[in-house]
Design a protein around this ligand. Structure first.
Ligand code: ZN
Ligand code: ZN
Length: 307
């Protein structure tokens, strides 16, 4: 499993790569522009190509994901905001594709009380339009949009795999749509995974509703708020309400092995440190060896997928 972290892009994308190497990440996630501003960043083509080439060489740091601008809201009832969101997403996706990202992670947005059913088709249509427009700009296929599960606050869209699956279905199951599983959002939305059986159930739910082939990455975060609190509050691994045991069971789950694992923890206040990445690696190994022992005992995956 490739394990790494979200890193700051201040000073430009090459500086972000350097930060990723400092914390010994296999994979990084970056914002392609300031996450709380609409204005697109001006990246020169040469820099983007250099970043892409460095990632492709794959000297430990071999994968990059991008995270979409936080202001984007595809579920909004406000037509002007929707239009701005689409334009911004095309900018995000164009940069992501230019650096060879494996995907652009997106918080779908909030319907602000209008209900999921009322915004589903608008979100699906917008996703497809953004993907098409990006391909026109690039003159070639871009990278997938990865819908992230939400913690469930207010009118947020994507609070369950069922909702994410409905969005993908409404977009005709387009192959350019995937998902990102945030462990903190999952816990805050009321799903526990503190036993191997519960971790199996999480995996079975993703498989059943979305399909594991669409799950490209995990956001690995402990939670500063309790189970079902519906708030998006990350904590360092082992320092929150989820705990090391449960995190190790998702990180080390055999069905999630090919996903990239990206930390978005606070560290000392400056984001994930090398010791956070190292801890995630140890938890992944502990979880993997737990499942390996279980299947050696002959009560492996059939026990987990029988439900
Ligand atoms: Zn996340
Ligand atoms: Zn979050």
């Amino acid at each position: 499993m490739d394990i790494g972290a979200h890193v700051r892009s201040s000073g430009g994308l090459p500086a972000a790569l350097a930060r990723g190497r400092e914390i010994r990440a296999d994979v990084i996630q970056v914002f392609t522009q300031s996450p709380r501003m609409w204005r697109a960043a001006r990246h020169d083509a040469e820099t983007l190509a250099r970043v892409r080439a460095e990632i492709a060489v794959g000297n430990r740091l071999r994968r990059v994901f991008c995270h979409a601008t936080y202001l984007v809201n595809l579920a909004t009832p406000d037509a002007a905001l929707l239009e701005r969101s689409r334009t911004c997403l095309v900018d995000n996706l164009t940069t992501a594709a230019a650096i060879g990202a494996d995907g652009l992670v997106l918080h779908v947005g909030s319907h602000l009380g209008g209900g999921f059913a009322g915004c589903r088709d608008q979100v699906a249509k917008s996703l497809l339009a953004v993907l098409e427009e990006t391909e026109e700009v690039l003159g070639r296929p871009g990278c997938p949009i990865l819908l992230e599960n939400a913690a469930g606050a207010g009118g947020t869209v994507g609070r369950s795999f069922t909702e994410l699956a409905e969005l993908i279905d409404a977009a005709a199951g387009d192959a350019r749509l995937g998902v990102c599983l945030d462990t903190q959002h999952l816990f805050a939305s009321g799903v526990a995974y503190d036993t191997p059986e519960k971790a199996d159930q999480v995996v079975a739910d993703i498989e059943h509703h979305v399909g594991l082939e669409r799950l490209a990455c995990l956001h690995v975060n402990d939670s500063a708020v309790p189970l079902g609190a519906n708030r998006d509050r990350h904590a360092n691994l082992g320092e929150g309400e989820i705990g090391e045991m449960a995190l190790s069971l998702l990180l080390g789950h055999p069905s999630l092995e090919t996903c990239a694992a990206i930390l978005e923890v606070p560290g000392n206040g400056d984001g994930p440190r090398d010791l956070d990445v190292a801890l995630a690696r140890r938890l992944q190994q502990a979880g993997a060896s737990h499942f390996a022992k279980r299947s050696a005992r002959g009560m492996g995956r059939s026990a987990g997928t029988a439900r």
